[in-house]
Design a binder for this molecule. Structure first.
Ligand SMILES: O=C(O)CCC(=O)C(=O)O
Ligand SMILES: [Fe+2]
Length: 237
């Protein structure tokens, strides 16, 4: 038996995750999804009825590989994870907004935040599944989708690294004002997520805090097939 979603989210090592987000703008969560759940999600990729649109990355210069955005109604487990994770991350989003001189008014629950997105014309669901085969990669990018952006998002690895695929590392870069960019590779286990900054995050400096800009992507898959689940908290225009 797998435990219910809110208690699984609560059981993560939040002091360590919060510390990693504060120092690096990203954190691996530890395992969040069982191998069975991962396999079921990956298998959905081949079932078009779950999706509203499909993007072939090489057609847009985004990389190589493809992804599909889930259609409404979203699978109930994804709704549960998205809202439990939102509730845990909203206070951090507000703290980041305050540090960056922005309105710190992210509501405590995801349904209220989605109402705000919808009122602003961001109506389309953003959770997505990505699929990469040998040679595929995802160029460094940001998932902005409109004026309203929740500042943190997650990616869940659905396959076993080193067994189902090799290569295909999750990569983040951090662009610091007047400095050279820094890269971070986040190794993930199957069912593990990385939480990371969508766009900007505050960094405490000697003279107050400054903003850094983050981008994420995936290095080339050397062999096999790699699936991920992307959970973005704002909906899309
Ligand atoms: O496949 C990955 O690891 C990255 C997926 C991604 O770009 C996302 O979840 O927004
Ligand atoms: Fe992305």
């Amino acid at each position: 038996m797998t435990s219910p979603v809110p208690s699984r989210v609560d059981a993560l090592d939040w002091p360590r995750i919060d510390a990693d987000l504060a120092t690096r703008g990203c954190a691996a969560t530890g395992v969040l999804f069982t191998p069975k759940e991962c396999a079921a999600l990956a298998a959905m990729y081949e079932q078009p009825q779950h999706f509203r649109s499909r993007v072939v990355m090489q057609r847009h210069g985004f990389g190589q590989g493809e992804y599909q955005y889930f259609a409404n109604p979203l699978p109930s487990k994804l709704v549960a994870f998205r809202s439990a994770l939102y509730e845990r991350l909203a206070p951090l989003a507000n703290a980041w907004a305050t540090a960056m001189g922005q309105p710190a008014d992210y509501p405590p629950d995801h349904a209220s935040y989605l109402d705000r997105c919808h009122a602003a014309g961001q109506l389309r669901p953003t959770p997505l599944l990505l699929r990469y085969d040998e040679g595929d990669y995802n160029c460094l990018h940001q998932d902005l989708y409109g004026d309203l952006q929740f500042p943190l998002q997650l990616t869940v690895l659905l396959n076993r690294p080193g067994e189902d695929f090799t290569g295909g590392e999750f990569v983040l870069t951090e662009q610091r004002p007047r400095m050279q960019s820094r890269a971070e590779v986040v190794p993930l286990a199957q069912g593990e997520a990385v939480i990371f900054a969508v766009n900007q995050r505050p960094v405490a400096g000697t003279r107050g805090s400054y903003r850094v800009t983050m981008r994420h992507g995936v290095s080339r898959v050397r062999s096999g097939r790699r699936h991920t689940l992307g959970l973005i908290f704002h909906d899309a225009r």
